[in-house]
Design a protein around this ligand. Structure first.
Ligand code: ZN
Length: 169
């Protein structure tokens, strides 16, 4: 008997993006985008088919950068607002990196205060929501990657290369 728990319920993986990304660069071994200042991130958004809503202030990077082992998004939540829905994941753990503002994240009913410098890891099954609790926009990054997939990291994955960088003058 083959279990097929990994099969997603829908084929929708990339949400349609709202907002034009002006500055993209690509090379053999890199891709880069410049999305503008934090305050300007509100111009971006995604259409979320599963909930039939538009989410403003969210930019996913997988498609823009061609990511293959993780999804990353920039998010900005306006002052005193909450994400309008709860969600969890099928396979991916998520890390929320809060970089500006103040707020709270709730996981399975536990509420944690978050602010600049807070990092929170949520397991796939964790039912989560977050909100901004100050007059400042809450700016954060979310990284999602398959739980248990990391086999080498930092010292076991990074390899020194001889030579020195030559910077343009
Ligand atoms: Zn998520």
């Amino acid at each position: 008997l083959t279990e097929n728990k990994q099969q997603p319920a829908t084929k929708v993986s990339d949400f349609p993006r709202i907002g034009e990304v002006r500055e993209k660069k690509q090379g053999l071994h890199y891709a880069s985008v410049q999305l503008g200042a934090v305050a300007e991130l509100r111009q971006y958004g995604v259409r979320h088919p599963a909930i039939g809503k538009t989410i403003q202030g969210k930019v996913f990077l997988k498609e823009l950068l061609g990511l293959t082992g993780m999804e990353i998004s920039f998010g900005v939540l306006p002052a005193y607002t909450s994400v309008a829905f709860l969600h969890k994941h099928r396979q991916n753990e998520e890390v929320y990196l809060f970089l500006q503002g103040q707020g709270q994240i709730q996981i399975d009913g536990d509420t944690l205060d978050v602010a600049e410098g807070t990092a929170v890891r949520v397991a796939p099954e964790g039912v989560r929501c977050w909100q901004s609790t100050s007059a400042e926009d809450l700016f954060y990054i979310v990284i999602q990657a398959k739980e248990g997939s990391l086999t080498t990291w930092t010292g076991s994955d990074g390899v020194p290369v001889s030579g020195a960088a030559v910077w343009p003058t």
